[in-house]
Design a protein around this ligand. Sequence first.
Ligand code: 26W
Length: 811
Amino acid sequence: MTLTIEQFKEEFSQTFEGLYAFDLAQSSPIQQYTALGNFLKVYSSDNWNNTNQEYLDKQVKQVYYFSMEFLPGRMLKSNLLNLGILDTVRSGLKEMGLDFEEIVQAEVDPALGNGGLGRLASCFMDSIASLGIPGNGNGIRYRYGLFQQKFVDGYQVELPENWLRNGNVWEVRKENKAVLIRFGGQVSLVKGAAGNLKPVYTQTQNILAVPYDTGMIGYQNEVVNNLRLWSAEIPPEEEIHYHTIAEREQVNQITEVLYPDDSNYEGQVLRLRQEYFFTSAGIQSIVRYYKQSGLAWQHFPDKIAVHINDTHPALCIPELMRILLDEENLSWEQAWEITKKTMSYTNHTILQEAMEKWPVQMVQDLLPRIYQIIEEINHRHIEKKLLSYTPELTYRTAIIADGYVKMANLAIIGSHSINGVAQLHTEILMQDTLKDFYQMYPAKFNNKTNGITQRRWLHLANEGLTKLIDEKIGTAWKTSPSELKLFKAFVNDPATLDRLAEIKLANKKTLAAYIKQEFHMKLDPTALFDVQIKRLHAYKRQLLNALHILDRYLQIKDDPEAVIQPRVFIFGAKAAPSYVYAKQIIKLINAIADLVNHDPVVGDKLKVVFVENYGVSLAELIIPAAEVSEQISLAGKEASGTSNMKLMLNGALTVATLDGANVEIRDFVGEENMFLFGLNDQEVYAFYENGSYHSREIYENNPRLHRILDTLIDGTIPNIETEGRVIFDSLVYYNDEYFVLKDFDSYVAAQEKVDQLYQDVGSWNQKSLLNIASSGPFSADFTIKRYAEEIWKTSFFTPGAYQKIHLTEPI
Ligand code: 26W
C-alpha cells in the first residue's frame, strides 16, 4: 500500500471536514493533530484488524507484558515512521500550508510511568511489534499521569497532569470487552456438586474494568499489536448501590493517578487495589480469549506467556490460579503447573526500600480469596522445600512472613523465569539479593540486558545524524542494529568526523533555542554540553555532579583569568513528592544554578540548567545535543540504566562508574572511549562489610572537598540554609550513604580528562563516532529477541508481510 502526497492531502482534508465541519485554515494545531491521528487510525486499521485476526486464526503463542507503567512518548511521528509515510505526510502538510512540527508538538506526551521501568516497557512494545512478535501490553489507563514539575524559588512543585484534556486519538474504548473485578467482602468455601470446594462471595465491591486499546505499530511490517489499558468504572447494573459522591469517588480513584514513586515502597491500600485491578482484568481477558480456541487447559502455556514487569503485577500468579481452580475446576496441581509455565518475572531493582510487601491483614481484607491462594502457595512451597533445604534457608524464601506478603518471593516461586536487566545486576541478584532462591532454582535465573529502540532514539530524535549514517552505511541499521558497527569504518575519515561535529552543534543550537525560549537562559552552543537526565535519587548521585560544579565555580572565582573549557551542565529529573532529600538536592542544584549563572566573573565558562518537567519529549531534545553522559550511580545500585544507552547512541561520551549496563557499554566501546571512575561494586560491598568507611575523615583531610562542602553551610550559596545543612550533615556526619565523598577525587580526575580530550577535537569526534558505532548491541530488538526465544518461546510471526528485522547477534 503506497500513499501519494495527493492522496494524503485529499484523505486528510476529508477526515478533517468530517470531524470538525469547518475550514482547515481556521483550525488550531490540536485540531490538526487530532485529525491527523484519526486519519492514521483509519489508515492502519486494516493492519490492526488483520494482525488480530491472523493471531486468532493461526492460534499463535502470544505474550502479554504486564506493567504498571508505560511511557510511550508522543506517538504521531513514530506511527508515521513505522507506517512508512513520514516523508509523504510531512510534504503533504507542507503543501497544505501547515506546520508539521507544530502539529507534532500539539500531542501530549502521556506520562503513565515514573522512569526507566516505564520507558523500557514502551521501547519493548516498539520492538515486539517491529519484530513481528505476537505481543500485547497490559496496564492502567491513569486519568492523571506523573505530575507536572514546576520550580518555584528553586523548589519542585507538583501540578496534576491532565493528559486527557483534549481526548486521546490513539485509543479505542472497548466497553464490550469489560470485565468485573471483585474487592473485599467475605469468601467461604462450599462443597460443589462434584465434591470440590467452591468459593462463595458475599458483600464484595464489584468494579468494572473497561479496556482502552492502542495500536502498537511495527516498523514497516504491517503488524499492529495491542496495548490494553484498563479504566475503573461503576458497573452499570450496580449504579443503584453507589449513592454518595464518596462511594462513587472510591471507584474512580482506582485508576485516577499514577503513584509518583519509583524507589520507596509505600504500603498503601490504593496501590494494592490498582495492582489487583489491572492484573485481574488482564488475566480474565486472556482466559476469555484462550477459551475461544477450544483447546484443553494443559495447552495454555503453549499459547500464552505472561510477563510480570517488576513485582507490581505479581498478583497475576494467584489470579490465574483462582480462575483455574474456582471457575474452571482444575486441580491444584494442574493449575500450578500451568501458572508456573505461563509466568515470567523481571526484577528491576535491588534497593531494599523499593521491595513490595503488603501487610497480611490488608491483603486479607481487600482480596480474601487471593489471600487464601497465596497462603496455600506458600504452605506448599515451604513443605516441599523443607525436604531438601535447611529450615533457615527455606523460611527465608517464604512468601508470607513477619506479617507481610512478600511480592518478590511470590513472583519468583510462581514463575519459570526470573531475570535481571544487566549482567552485573543479574550477578548481584544471584550472589546476594536473591541468593537463597538462586540456590533453590538456579535454572530459573537468567540475564536480559536492557535495550532501547534505535528508531525513536536515533532515527526520530536525531534526523541529522540519521541522514549521515544512512549516507555512510545505508539504512539497514533500522532493522538490523548490529549494522551500526559498519560506521566504525569512518573513524579516520575527516569529512565524516566534521559532519558529526556539525550535526552535534546544530542539535546543541536547537536545545539552546528551546532553553532560551522556555527558561530565558542564553547558552553558548560551542560550550561542552554535559547531561544527567534520570529520576532524582540519592543513589544516582546528582549530588556528586553538583559538588563537581561547585569545584569548578570556586576555581573560576580563585583565578578568573585561568583558561578553562566552558561547560553547560544540564539536569533533568523529577523527585518523588514524598522524597524530601531528593527535593532538597533539586533546590541545591537550582540554587547553584542561580549563583553561577548570574555571576559576571563566571560568564560562559560555566552554566547550569535544570530543565523543568523532564520526560520522554524533553529527552528527545536533550539527548541528541549531549556530549557528555553522566552515569555516576554508586556501583551496585543502578540495575541497568537506559539513558546511558540512548546518550551513547547519539554520540555522547560516558562518564561512568562500573554499574548496571555501564559495564557492558565498557565491554563494547572499550574503556579508552569513555571515562571510568570510582569504586566498583566489590569495593563498595567490602566497605559495607568491614564498616571502614568514614566520610568525616575525608572532609577533614581533603582541603579541596572541605572547602566545597563548606559552601553548603557558610552562605556562599544563597537561600539554602535548610537544604545546605541537611545535605552537608548527610555527607559529613551521617557517613555519606552513597560514597559521594569517597568517589569525588576520581570523579574530578575523570572530568579533567574530559576537558583535555575536548581540546583535541579530532580525537573527541572519533570517540563519539565509536560510541555510536558500538551501540547496536543495546537495541531493544536484541533484548526482545532474547526474551522471545529464551523466556516466552513465542514465534516471530508476521501476518502477511515479510519479516523485516534481521538480527544477527552482535559480537
Ligand atoms: C515503590 C514501587 C516501585 C519500586 C520500583 C516502583 C517502581 C520501581 C522500579 C523498579 C524503578 C525503576 O524504574 N527501575 C529502573 O528500571 C530500569 C529498567 O530496567 C533500569 O534501567 C534502572 O536501572 C532501574 O532503576
